[in-house]
Design a protein around this ligand. Structure first.
Ligand code: DHB
Length: 309
């Protein structure tokens, strides 16, 4: 039984897409919803539509992916309209990823969503690494604190944030202290890509993507241990909130690791990009086989039970 109770709702499983992957167009969102995914999150929206950065802007490597998409998206109204027509009755929650280019833009989108009174839940992105000249908000603790105060004022319901990876216990503690001031912040998604990596091609002696002279966000195998560290640390530091695991999930094994580290739900990014929505049925059945072999009948039986030595 892979079902999960989250945000007061019963979900048919724990896996869904990572924002950015298979979720920019309505057809893609519907393909995720129609798959074995247990929820759907839309591409990070800005107020106005964007074409994003010049191509090539995504590259697969043997260990994962690097991207600098630059927030190509249909604009907030497109995803809001999808949310108006979404089949909530399917039991798969809809999350809207919001990535405004300013705090005012994020608050405007939150207010617009609140006015609709829809069951869609915002995941505010504090961690887009790919817009030239825009630093990741989640690495500026004072700006994050100010932003969360503004989100609370703009939006009366439960919401989540997508965090960048942190790499130091002092940073986990500082961010957790800020997040814990916000009772309606119901979940954090850990992690966004490891920002501003550089992949080098020996044959061409060149970088592999065009934007930012080759710098881009890493996903896939590169990021799994960093993702697990962030899930485990925030699971411990944010009592009463949920952690959504994201990073390096390509089989039931990595999904199990994320849940053992404390994840309530698990997102799939790079693997979904390469395999398509069929990945959800495959990973779900692999997770079920692994759980059966270990004698676990529910995710609750092992969530957050990672042992230390
Ligand atoms: C993009 C990348 C991200 O990691 C993110 O959080 C939002 C947008 C992008 O390049 O489109």
């Amino acid at each position: 039984d892979l079902s999960v109770t989250w945000l007061g709702q019963a979900m048919p499983g724990c896996l869904y897409n990572a924002s950015g992957v298979w979720c920019r167009e309505e057809e893609e969102l519907e393909a995720v919803r129609a798959s074995a995914a247990a929820a759907v999150v839309s591409k990070s929206a800005t107020l106005a539509p964007r074409d994003g950065n010049p191509e090539p802007r995504y590259c697969q490597t043997p260990l994962g992916s690097i991207n600098s998409m630059g927030l190509p998206n249909r604009g907030f109204d497109y995803y809001l309209d999808y949310a108006r027509r979404y089949r909530y009755g399917s039991g798969k929650p809809l999350f809207l990823s919001l990535s405004g280019l300013s705090l005012d833009d994020n608050c405007a989108m939150l207010r617009a969503l609140a006015e609709e009174g829809l069951p869609a839940v915002p995941e505010v992105n504090l961690s887009c690494p790919n817009v030239p000249g825009k630093p990741q908000l989640g690495y500026d603790f004072a700006a994050t604190a100010e932003a969360l105060d503004a989100f609370d004022a703009a939006y009366p319901g439960l919401y989540g944030v997508k965090l960048p990876p942190y790499f130091d216990p002092a940073h986990f503690a500082a961010m957790a202290e800020i997040l814990n001031r916000h009772p309606r912040l119901a979940f954090v998604t850990c992690i966004n890509s490891i920002g501003n990596g550089l992949v080098v091609d020996i044959d061409s002696e060149a970088v592999v993507i065009k934007p930012k002279d080759g710098l881009g966000g890493l996903g896939g195998d590169y990021v799994l241990p960093t993702a697990l560290a962030n899930v485990r640390e925030f699971y411990r530091l944010l009592p009463g909130k949920d952690v959504v695991g994201c990073g390096g999930v390509k089989s039931g094994r990595e999904a199990f690791m994320h849940i053992l580290a404390g994840a309530r739900a698990v997102q799939v990014g790079t693997c979904l990009y390469h395999e398509g929505p069929g990945a959800f049925a495959r990973i779900s059945s692999e997770l079920a086989v692994l759980m059966r072999a270990k004698g676990y009948r529910s995710l609750d039986a092992f969530r957050g039970k990672l042992r230390t030595l």
